[in-house]
Design a protein around this ligand. Structure first.
Ligand code: ADP
Length: 289
């Protein structure tokens, strides 16, 4: 990986003089290789379910007389098309995350509101999978629906303000909650903890799922990396969720880390600088003059 690619050109600059031009193409070569891999991966990931769907559709036609077979193959067709849909959505999210102008859409937003929206995006899956989602604000259990919050709940959620793009952060947390549900057995709990400490707001998604082997921990944020590709083929997943999440978090000036132990569960932690209090802002000072 330390190989450098140099392009050497010899130019005739006239009067029997020649010039040698040397350009370092290493960055460009690396960039092109990454893009080539990406396109190859995407085509492969799209072709697999697409091919499966057409095969299954043929089979269902052949089995038209057998209601059980029709039910079985139709079920597999909807599973495969759900996979295709998820992949396409993830590709769009990734494209959006990569082309976003960093903090340009940053506003003062509540990390607790982000967590609530991300949970709400996953409510249907959580119920279908019998996973219980809990939400904690600064250590206090608070309702998933903000309209159910008491004054004490609202108080606990104070100071959880960050300067970030709300859509990007919601996408980031949504993917973490989606994975937490997906990689957990039924009748377990997923906890989303939002807290502020030492000027940092953390959003933590804790599951009691299958966990991630130690040797894979560094790689789960790579595009298309999966711990168990065979399992993913059965249960769905695009292999892009965590890459998108990492991108969204970094674009908003944050960091993401993961802790996990196989058979115990995983914890993904997003850390962002807390937004300055309203009266610390220069605009507020100018108003006083
Ligand atoms: P996928 O669409 O396959 O879930 P992700 O990028 O979201 O892709 O995750 C990459 C891989 O990391 C997954 O295939 C899975 O092996 C592992 N992983 C992610 N989140 C969890 C989790 N909460 N528990 C266990 N494994 C996880």
């Amino acid at each position: 990986s330390n190989t450098r690619y140099l392009r050497v050109r010899i130019g005739d600059v006239g009067d029997d003089l020649y010039a040698i031009f040397i350009s370092d193409m290493s960055e460009q070569r690396r960039f092109e290789a990454v893009r080539r891999d990406f396109v190859t991966n995407v085509s492969h990931e799209l072709k697999t379910p697409a091919g499966a769907i057409s095969l299954l559709a043929e089979t269902v036609t052949d089995a038209a007389d057998d209601p059980d077979a029709v039910r079985y193959f139709s079920g597999r067709i909807s599973k495969e098309s759900a996979r295709l849909t998820e992949l396409v959505h993830h590709l769009i999210d990734l494209q959006r995350a990569q082309s976003s102008q960093g903090m340009s859409d940053a506003k003062r937003i509540s990390a607790l509101a982000v967590a609530r929206a991300a949970i709400s995006d996953n409510q249907v899956q959580a119920e279908a999978h019998h996973v219980d989602i809990r939400l904690n604000a600064n250590g206090r259990a608070v309702p998933l629906d903000s309209t159910d919050a008491t004054d004490e709940d609202v108080e606990a959620g104070k100071n959880l303000t960050i300067l970030a793009d709300a859509d990007a952060m919601q996408t980031a947390v949504k993917n973490l909650v989606e994975n937490a549900i997906h990689y957990s057995p039924e009748h377990t709990t997923v906890a989303v903890d939002v807290a502020v400490r030492d000027g940092k707001v953390t959003i933590r998604v804790v599951d009691q799922g299958i966990g991630i082997p130690e040797e894979s921990l560094d790689r789960v944020f790579e595009r298309f990396y999966r711990v168990d590709p065979a399992r993913s083929r059965q249960t769905g997943g695009s292999g892009l969720g965590l890459a998108i999440t990492k991108h969204c978090v970094q674009e908003n000036g944050g960091r993401i880390s993961v802790w996990s132990r196989q058979g115990e569960g995983s914890t993904f932690t997003i850390e962002l600088p807390a937004a300055p209090q309203k009266d610390e802002q220069p605009a507020a000072k100018e108003d006083k003059r």
